[in-house]
Ligand binder design. Structure first.
Ligand code: DGL
Length: 260
């Protein structure tokens, strides 16, 4: 039988986006076992109502606990974190939890022009959590908040022409990028799917613009939390089990493409 320390860490997203977080988690915690669950049958989350996303998130956490006995959970989805992490903390006080949120604070530290672009889903941008973060920082920088309808879905469905078109549309809508006063010099990727459009986005913005995603701080926070709870696996080969509410074959193919 598996010891409690060997129990897996649950990682979940509406689809393949959280693989961008899983990749960094595996590098940070190579001895850990992970269960990655993609809720593909109910994706995308980002253009649905809060209540729907919260309900899906709660159902998934119950499933990960009941069927996989996870020892900790990483919500590798900005949208689910925004809609439900407060509910999860209340319902699972014994489960170490890490969420992801758009990296507004690190962006303020990096930006020289003080103008920052934030790409995220509609649900994330409308959430109380994001509003509170924005309100706390809005005296330090100007944020251009851009909802990116359809982009996570286009990445999920591997539609490169649509990904390119939507990246172009949304970067254009945010205004001028660059390092001169009044230009956006820092672009926050506030949805885990967008890490897989990094090259397209980097090619569209002016040279010198910095792109930020959240994998590394999330992985460091997961390590800190496991350490604080004496839950680190220590030695072992680690590994990942994949679970999907949609096609497992497609999830495994995406993992092969993106985790290497
Ligand atoms: N990957 C998710 C996020 O980080 C959401 C994608 C979606 O289902 O809309 O926000």
């Amino acid at each position: 039988m598996r010891s409690a320390l060997q129990a897996p860490i649950g990682v979940f997203d509406s689809g393949v986006g959280g693989l961008s977080i899983l990749k960094v988690l595996r590098a940070e915690l190579p001895a850990e076992s992970f269960v990655y669950l993609a809720d593909t049958a109910h994706a995308p989350y980002g253009e649905r109502g809060d209540a729907y996303v919260a309900e899906r998130t709660r159902a998934i956490v119950r499933r990960l606990r009941d069927e996989h006995a996870i020892k900790a959970l990483v919500v590798a989805c900005n949208t689910a974190t925004a809609a439900a992490i407060h509910l999860l903390r209340r319902e699972h006080p014994d489960l170490p939890l890490v969420g992801v949120e758009p990296a507004l604070k690190p962006a303020v530290a990096l930006s020289k022009t003080g103008r920052i672009g934030v790409m995220a889903t509609r649900v994330t941008l409308a959430s109380a959590k994001l509003r509170a973060l924005h309100d706390a920082l809005k005296d330090q920088a100007e944020f251009v908040l851009q909802p990116c309808d359809g982009l996570a879905d286009a990445i999920e469905n591997r539609d490169p022409a649509l990904v390119a078109a939507l990246c172009a549309r949304y970067t254009q809508a945010m205004g001028a990028f660059g390092t001169r006063p009044g230009q956006i010099d820092t672009l926050v990727l506030g949805c885990t799917h967008y890490a897989f459009a990094w090259d397209e986005l980097a090619a569209l913005v002016a040279p010198g613009t910095r792109l930020i995603e959240t994998g590394e701080p999330v992985a460091r926070q997961a390590r800190r939390l496991l350490e604080a709870n004496d839950q680190l696996a220590g030695t072992g080969a680690g590994g990942v089990e994949f679970v999907s509410t949609g096609s497992l074959t497609e999830l495994q193919a995406a993992a092969t493409r993106w985790l290497s």
